[in-house]
Design a binder for this molecule. Structure first.
Ligand code: AMP
Length: 220
């Protein structure tokens, strides 16, 4: 498969992170997840972490300047390589989408595919309440749909599983409101350019992965 510049779009908890990790592993694509970068910074208590912690806990959005700066830094190391890139949780606002376009344009590149993974808000609240992540490698489990073999431990690396602080119901609802007001306009933005494929997120994991792969290969 050719090296894509793929954006996974969709409400919080639709399964973007899970799909991005599977695809990145299978195709050796670079997975850029701004949420993971921020959580990492919070865990390390770095200056960035201290700055964004209250925003993450409230389910708000980090400022465009900060996010775009972080993505630029991360991308600068990757962009020249002939390796696919998956954007997960970025862009989340129109200014971020425009900044990403401008950045890619400097390297004669552009977004190749955008996949919208869609799920109803109430389903997500329930799913997210069951979600557990590995402290060490970031692998994602679901107590109902994808439980770890050993309770509380990661199948991949044996790390401890934890519940994200922003996966509590009130925070999830706040994140959904942000999604509808700030991120949903990106759907039309990419649809009008013919880049968008829509996939229901409540299908089995493998079916969603296969649909994303089809979208990537069919649109280049
Ligand atoms: P996620 O893991 O993608 O759900 O992101 C977790 C949290 O990180 C979000 O609720 C935001 O507070 C913050 N965040 C992640 N990506 C972005 C972004 N592109 N723009 C603004 N805030 C972000």
């Amino acid at each position: 498969m050719p090296a894509p510049r793929l954006i996974l779009l969709g409400p919080p908890g639709a399964g973007k992170g899970t799909q991005a990790k599977r695809l990145a592993e299978r195709w050796n694509w670079r997975h850029i997840a701004t949420g993971d970068l921020f959580r990492d910074a919070v865990r390390k208590e770095s200056p960035l972490g201290k700055q964004v912690k209250p925003i993450l806990e409230a389910g708000g959005l980090v400022s465009n300047e900060l996010v775009v700066g972080l993505v630029r830094e991360t991308l600068a190391e990757e962009i020249g390589a002939d390796r696919g890139i998956i954007f997960d949780g970025f862009p989340r606002t129109l200014p971020q989408a425009i900044a990403l376009d401008e950045f890619l344009m400097q390297y004669n590149q552009s977004i190749t595919t955008v996949v919208l993974i869609n799920t109803g808000d109430d389903i997500v609240v329930h799913r997210v309440a069951q979600r557990r992540s590995c402290e060490d490698c970031g692998a994602i489990f679901n107590l109902m749909h994808k439980p770890p073999a050993r309770p509380g431990r990661c199948d991949a690396c044996g790390g401890k599983l934890y519940q994200r602080a922003d996966d509590r119901e009130a925070t999830v609802r706040a994140r959904q409101r942000k999604y509808w007001s700030e991120t949903a306009p990106l759907i039309e933005f990419y649809r009008t350019r013919g880049l968008l494929t829509e996939i229901p997120g409540d299908l089995p994991l493998d079916v969603v992965t296969a649909s994303v792969e089809r979208a990537v290969s069919g649109r280049r």
